[in-house]
Structure formats: C-alpha cells, structure tokens
Design a protein around this ligand. Structure first.
Ligand code: ADP
Ligand code: MG
Length: 679
C-alpha cells in the first residue's frame, strides 16, 4: 500500500541500504526522520569574536593551503578576515577539498573553535566556497541522524522531496486539534524540517516549540492507541468464566486474623469481577511493599479453584516462591486444598511427579518459580495464572504458559512502585488496580543514615534489638554486579558478625545456597531460632518476617533507590517500632548523596519511584519489559508527563468516537513496527 522508497525517485541501491540502516524503509518514514539538532548558518561571526569551545560560522580568504606529513598527513589551511587569521585542519580529505581551499578563494567554515598550537583553529569544519554575493541562509539548517556514507545533503533532498509529494493530512479530527490547542501536523513537520527565520535554535533544541509538542503528542498517542488496540484484541479471546461462589473465598476470609483494608477490598472486587468474564483478565495489581497483595492473590486463586480450574502462582526467586508456597499452604490446607511445589532445583524425580500432578489435574494449585513455564509442564485445565513481581519476568515468559484448552486469566503483581506516568505508558495494554493503603497497626519505619566510621554504634544497636527479642537483617551489598564478590562479602560479614556477637544466633542467606538450605535458613529466621540474618540482596523481594524490626544495609550508597525501598520494606511489618540503618562509605558521589536523601525523606514508594525516574530516566526502571516495547523517539516520559496523560485519554476517545482517525494515526506511526504491535 505504501509507496516504496524508490518510487518515484531513482535512488541507488547502496543509498537504499543506508537508509534502511537508519530505519527508513518507506518514503513516509522520511517525514518522521526529524533533525537531531540545528546549525545556525544565518550569520557570520567575526574571527576576533570566536571563542574556544563555541561552534560558529566564519568567512575569510584562503591565504595558505598545504599538506603536511608530520605527525601525520594533514591538510592545513589558513583563512584571513581583515587582520585576523584562523587555521583549518583536516585529517582526512579529498583532492576536491584541497581544490576548494586553494589560496585566494573565499570560504565559509562552520565548526568548533579551539585553541591550537598556532592560535585559534577548527578541526574538520564544514566548508563552502562563496563569493561576496552568496546570500546567507535565512533560517536554521537541520542536522539529521545519519550513518556513514549518507550525507546531510542527500538526506535533506530526499526529505524535502517527501514533504512536497506526500500528503500531510492531519490524522486527528479538527475539533480535537482545536480543543487541545495543538499545532497542525503538516505545519509542524514542515517547520521542524525547515525552520522559519523567526525561530531560535534554543526552542527547537529543547523541544518546547509547539511543533515538537504536536509530534510528541502524536507519538505518545500512537503508542497508547496500539496498546489499547492490543488490549481490545485480547478481550476478544476466550477464557473460562469463573463466577464467584463465595464458599472457599469466604471461608478463608473468616479464618484470617485480620480484616482486609479498604484498598484490598476494592482491588479484590475488581479482580473477582474480571474472573467472571469470558475473556482473559489482564490485570496488574500494583501495591507498595507490605501492602498485602498475597492475600488478594490467594482469594483470586480460590475463586478459580471453586470453579474447578487450576491456578499457577509464580514468583521470580526461589525464596519468594517458597514463601508463597508456605503461606498459601497455611491458609488453604484447612480448606482442603493442597498446593504442589515446583522449582528448577528440585530433583528430577520429584519434579516429574509434580508436573504429573499438574497435567493430570490432580492438583488445582501449583506454586513455584519460572519452572512452571517450562516445556515439560502442561496444565490440565488452567484458569488463572498469578505472576508475582512481574517486572522481573520478560514479556515472552508471560506468554509462554502451556495450557490445554482456553486461555487463562492473568493476574500480575508488582511492588516496583512505578510512577503513574510510567504505568500508564507501559501498561496501557493492561488493566491496573492499585492498593494505595497499608494495613493498619504498622509503625512507621525510622530511617537513619550512618557513616561507616560509626559502624561500632550500629553493632550495638543490633545487639540491643536482638537481646530484647527482636530480629534483625544485615544486608550485604552488590559489588560490581559480581555474584562471586557478593558471596565473598556475605561470607566475610557473617564471620565478622559471628565474632562480634558470640551471644547471638546468626544465619546466612545468599544466592548460592541450595534451595533446601535457603528454605531451612528462612524458616529458622521466621521461627525466631535465628536472631540475626546476614543476607545478600536475595531478600530484596517479598520476604515477610513481622518480628524483624531492624535492618542494616551495608554500603547503601551502592544500591539503587528502588532496591533500597524494597529492602527497607522487609521491616516495619509488625507492631514493633522498626528501624532501617543505611550505612554508607565516604566520600559520596553527587548521585549517591541524592539517592540517600530521597530514601531518607520519603517512605511512599510511588514518590520514591517518581524521584528515581528523575534521577535515572525511565530506561532502568522498566527492566525486562522495556526490551519488548519500542522506545519513544521524540517524547520523554519524565518530561512530557502531561502530554502522556492527555494522549491516554484521547486514545480511548478516538477509538470510541473516531475509529477511522485512530486507524489512520496508527498507520502513519506504527506501519513499520510489527513487533510493537504484536507484543
Ligand atoms: P506485599 O504486598 O508486599 O506482597 P504481603 O502480602 O506479603 O505484602 O503482606 C505483608 C504482611 O501484611 C503479611 O504478613 C500479611 O499477612 C499482612 N497483611 C496483609 N493484609 C493485611 C491486613 N488487611 N491487615 C493486617 N495485616 C495484613
Ligand atoms: Mg509480595
């Protein structure tokens, strides 16, 4: 449908290949190949006023031009303007350039000025032969992202040709453009490719100009639309309807030692309703650490089980999965439900037995790690998949559940407090429920920042806490992302602390323990047999020991904000007053200081995430999911929050009221992004 790139132009195959390299496959792609920056050739700077470090355009007569051979082959020219001189230096040059720079010629050169051995010079300036009549351009010149062998001139010509020959009709209804006070699409594109003389480089470069605003909005809108469309497609698929019978769920609620919080009740109603539908639920349950997501997941599991369907409950680490297994067994066994445990580290025979119970339908609840996704595990009648800490799994894994029969409902949970803006952008294909309230009776965690020089005082605090019957964590840092080094630090710390506290029972948990050892250690800590647990960051997610009220995080300056927040969430789960000590080593980098300040001043995970986004940008926050999603080229979610929110609302409105416009918009923006549309 879209004209190929070469029609109606004659473009050499070599150029086509280069264009493909920078993502231009169709002529329409040229339109959205927008300048990276602009060069200001509209005026000439007198050589005397050119300052080192500045990029300027100068003009002068060539007074000297010579090829020097030492230290390497270099073309050196001098140009003169009045009494002032400037050296131009070229390390790679063609004979044609040498000719252009012959003595006596007038030259305009653009480049960065620097102080050289013989006074001011430019290295590899862009040069143009001129005479006294050559006019200066009236407006800024665009500089496009390109690749070796594809010149700005060629790109510019192709783009301008596309601008003239492809209709730039607006995809959005006029009423909407007016309501949102948007610039026209065609005008915006033309302006960004060929700025008018009145526009300054700074408004274009900071991307605050209304033309940029329009392009960013369109891009965000396309992203939202495609995810909403995807969401719709899924809602056309068939899943088993799992109506509430309120038998098992109510039996569990009656037995609980606590009442659900208002927020838990609200999200549970949303999930229970989704399960009654005959299309697959795709819901993300967001809730800060300790907000009580597990019980909600257990209720969802029971509603599926009540209907005779199987449930897979998955967690990213063995420690966490095991903890869910123990918790759910405690809650569900009294109701006559016996979960089966499946993890990669099980002995082959045990694993085979477990998968047989799953494929025969003998068990209705399977809990485990990603081993549940493996090829040899086939569910008899899977109705619901629950995925904890879903950001640790990739998109692929999420879809790899093997099921006989209909598609299962999916409940994903995450404690990575994702800022609302990010959640909206990256989970627009999911329905989102948020638990925005912590269970009552928690005492707030006191956070202390302590320099490593005062380590002794921290030891004393640990001793005191343990002696009055509380428990403590001592978390060892991640060193250079190296597991081996982390292990070594953990072993050393364990040895040191054992020496310092001969009177305490101290355990050690790290990633290299076998799962039996890990489970045994965690169980002993949970039962209070161990008073102090030295651990690596393996305890980052989900470990729940309410009696633990003190956490020391060693070398806290090395950890990310989200990680610190997750770790800190391991304490403050009971009624005892809790404390988190962040031990840091001086001197602190600017970024580390800023991170520690944020974690010290805030306890709300969503605020912390928002700050994290500002400190680091969105890339790292998103982890695995990011790889499956086309990144934004023009918009920046940490800066364009407002546009993002608007685009989300408008996406729904467009799909509802102007489906043709939505289709045209997706066609313009997403025609090439097949993977994106398929995620
Ligand atoms: P997370 O959301 O981090 O997964 P958990 O589900 O592990 O949190 O819950 C944290 C702790 O809070 C658990 O000990 C859990 O039993 C307890 N809990 C959950 N809901 C409530 C509630 N409504 N009232 C009191 N305690 C609760
Ligand atoms: Mg949890």
């Amino acid at each position: 449908m879209t004209a190929t790139l070469a029609t109606p132009l004659k473009i050499a195959p070599a150029t086509l290949a280069k264009l493909a390299k920078i993502g231009i496959h169709h002529r329409a792609d040229l339109l959205l190949h927008l300048p990276l920056r602009y060069e200001d050739e509209t005026h000439i700077t007198p050589i005397t006023q050119a300052l080192p470090g500045e990029t300027v355009q100068v003009q002068g007569e060539v007074t000297h031009c010579e090829v020097m051979f030492r230290p390497r082959r270099t073309l050196v020219c001098r140009i003169q303007q009045g009494d002032d001189e400037l050296t131009l230096r070229f390390l790679n040059f063609y004979p044609s350039q040498q000719k252009q720079l012959a003595v006596g010629k007038q030259i305009r050169a653009i480049g960065e000025v620097r102080g050289g051995f013989f006074g001011l010079e430019m290295v590899h300036p862009k040069c143009k032969a001129v005479d006294d009549e050559t006019p200066l351009p009236q407006s800024l010149s665009p500089v496009y992202p390109t690749t070796a062998g594809l010149s700005q001139t060629v790109l510019r010509k192709l783009i301008n040709n596309a601008l003239e020959s492809i209709p730039l009709s607006d995809t959005l209804p006029a009423s909407l453009i007016e309501r949102l006070d948007l610039a026209e699409f065609g005008d915006s594109l033309r302006l960004l490719h060929n700025p008018t003389p009145d526009i300054s480089a700074s408004t274009l470069e900071t991307r605050s100009h209304s033309a940029w605003r329009r392009i960013k909005f369109d891009e965000l809108l396309a992203q939202q639309l495609s995810m909403r469309v995807h969401h719709r497609e899924r809602s056309k698929r068939v899943a088993p309807s799992l109506p509430a019978h309120d038998k098992l769920t109510h039996a569990l609620l009656d037995k609980l030692p606590f009442k659900l919080t208002g927020a838990q009740q609200k999200v549970w109603r949303e999930i229970a309703h989704d399960l009654t539908q005959s299309h697959p639920m795709q819901r993300l349950l967001l809730g800060d650490v300790g907000s009580g997501k597990t019980i909600v997941a257990a209720l969802a599991a029971l509603q599926a089980i009540e209907n005779g369907y199987q449930v897979a409950f998955m967690a990213p680490t063995e420690i966490l999965a095991e903890q869910h297994y123990l918790k759910l067994r405690e809650w569900l066994e009294p109701l006559g439900i016996e979960p089966v445990w499946l993890s990669g580290s099980l002995k082959k025979k045990v694993k085979t037995a477990a998968s047989e119970r799953i494929s025969s339908g003998d068990t209705l609840l399977a809990i485990g790690t990603h081993a549940l996704f493996q090829k040899d595990v086939e569910f008899h009648k899977l109705g619901l998949a629950i995925i904890d800490e879903q950001h640790k799994f990739g998109v692929q894994q999420r879809l790899a559940l093997r099921n006989k029969g209909k598609e299962p409902h999916q409940l994903m949970m995450s404690a990575t407090p994702i800022p609302r803006t990010l959640a909206m952008s990256y989970y627009a294909d999911l329905d989102v429920s948020v638990i925005d309230e912590l269970p009552p009776g928690r005492t707030p965690i006191v956070t202390k920042l302590v320099s490593d020089a005062r380590r002794e005082e921290v030891f004393e605090r640990v001793r005191q806490a343990c002696l009055i019957g509380r428990q403590a964590y001592w978390v060892c840092p991640l060193i250079d992302e190296s597991e081996a080094l982390q292990l070594q630090t953990a072993l050393e710390t364990h040895a040191t602390l054992t020496e310092i506290f001969p009177e305490l029972r101290i355990g050690l948990a790290h990633g290299k323990l076998s799962s039996e050892e890990k489970a045994a250690t965690m169980a002993a800590f949970k039962a209070g047999e161990l008073q102090l647990l030295v651990a690596t960051t393996v305890i980052e997610v989900g470990v729940d020991v309410p009696n633990a009220s003190l956490m020391v995080i060693d070398h806290a300056e090395r950890m990310g904000l989200a990680q610190l927040h997750q770790l800190r969430g391991r304490v403050g789960r009971g009624v005892a007053e809790s404390m988190c000590v962040l031990l840091f080593q001086q001197p602190l980098s600017e970024l580390a200081r800023e991170r520690l300040r944020v974690i010290y001043e805030n306890t709300d995970g969503f605020i912390i995430a928002q700050q994290d986004l500002q400190l680091r940008g969105p890339g790292e926050l998103l982890g695995a999911r990011q790889s499956g999603v086309a990144m934004l080229r023009f918009a920046d979610i940490s800066e364009d929050e407002e546009l993002l929110e608007t685009s989300r609302e408008i996406a729904d409105e467009l799909l509802r009221e102007h489906p043709d416009a939505a289709r045209a918009h997706l066609q313009r923006w997403m025609a090439n992004k097949h993977d994106f549309l398929q995620v």
